[in-house]
Ligand binder design. Structure first.
Ligand SMILES: C[S@@+](CC[C@H](N)C(=O)[O-])C[C@H]1O[C@@H](n2cnc3c(N)ncnc32)[C@H](O)[C@@H]1O
Length: 266
């Protein structure tokens, strides 16, 4: 398992720099005050003022710092040292007091010992994790009794379709694949021109029921589960960006769930 995660780490360290300089992440406007969170998570998580919030797999911390700007006391965790350095530098530039910890989420024991009012994680995280039961155990461990967990993520069902198919949904991967699935790509999602060296990525597919069951088995009470026919990036060539900045399948006769969210309480 370690060799796959090491490959992923090398790729994330390289791609983080590209993301941080991309128009998509738009750090410049973020530094001037833009909040990078979508209304979806803002509405579901609600008021964070004076609450402690742990953000798992925070990359370079824009969302973490956005929660801080809304009054939360935040801690962000990511295994990419490049991402964490960037996050710390943004924190300094903004004069905020966020804490960022460079760690594999599976290696947090001994590095982080407290519990939080809110555990938050979003957009592009679970496929990097080989063990979904262990992940749910970590979420539960870091939540205070009565604390809130919120995840918004790309839907595992949408991942069975070929992202290279130009015009329509074409089935390609098994929904029940236990992985790791190996992908080799010279590009990252924010830049289709810049070539990268660390082409290998290893990902794990987790079914919707596996994700929910793992949370329930670790003592969380599910408050709501939602599925969405839109996504935050161009997942397929035939999705189009709408006025609200979200991407939808052009012919909505064939809509499928592209994202989901789960809100739960410990
Ligand atoms: C798609 S990004 C998260 C995106 C985040 N929502 C954002 O927009 O910045 C996924 C993150 O997971 C991190 N990651 C992947 N595997 C990890 C692991 N095992 N432990 C900690 N972080 C991990 C990567 O370094 C990367 O920053």
């Amino acid at each position: 398992m370690k060799e796959f995660m090491d490959k992923n780490l090398a790729r994330w360290n390289e791609t983080t720099e590209i993301h941080a300089n991309s128009e998509e992440y738009d750090i410049e406007s973020f530094l001037k005050g833009r909040n990078s969170l979508y209304s979806l998570e803002l509405e579901e998580v609600g008021d964070v003022k004076n609450k402690s919030l742990l953000h798992l797999q925070c990359q370079f911390g824009m969302d973490t710092l956005s929660w801080a700007r809304l009054g939360a006391t935040v801690t962000g965790v990511d295994f990419s040292d490049v991402a964490i350095k960037r996050a710390q530098s943004l924190n300094e530039k903004l004069g905020l007091s966020a804490r960022f910890i460079c760690s594999n989420i599976y290696g947090l024991d001994g590095k982080l010992d407290e519990q939080f009012d809110i555990v938050f994680t979003s957009y592009g995280i679970l496929t990097w994790l080989p063990d979904i039961e262990k992940w749910a155990e970590i979420v539960a461990k870091y939540l205070k009794p009565g604390g809130l967990f919120f995840i918004v993520e790309f839907h595992p069902f949408a991942m069975v379709f070929d992202d290279e198919s130009k015009t329509k949904l074409r089935y390609r991967y098994s929904y029940f694949d236990k992985g790791p699935l190996h992908f080799a790509s010279e590009y990252t999602y924010t830049d289709q021109e810049k070539l990268i060296e660390n082409v290998d990525a290893y990902e794990w597919q987790h079914t919707f029921s596996d994700i929910l069951t793992a949370l329930i088995d670790n003592g969380l009470t599910i408050l709501n589960v939602k599925e969405y026919p839109f996504t935050t990036f161009q997942q397929f060539p035939f999705v189009e960006k709408c006025e609200d900045g979200l991407w939808r399948i052009k012919d909505n006769k064939y809509e499928i769930p592209l994202m989901f969210s789960i809100k739960a309480k410990k």
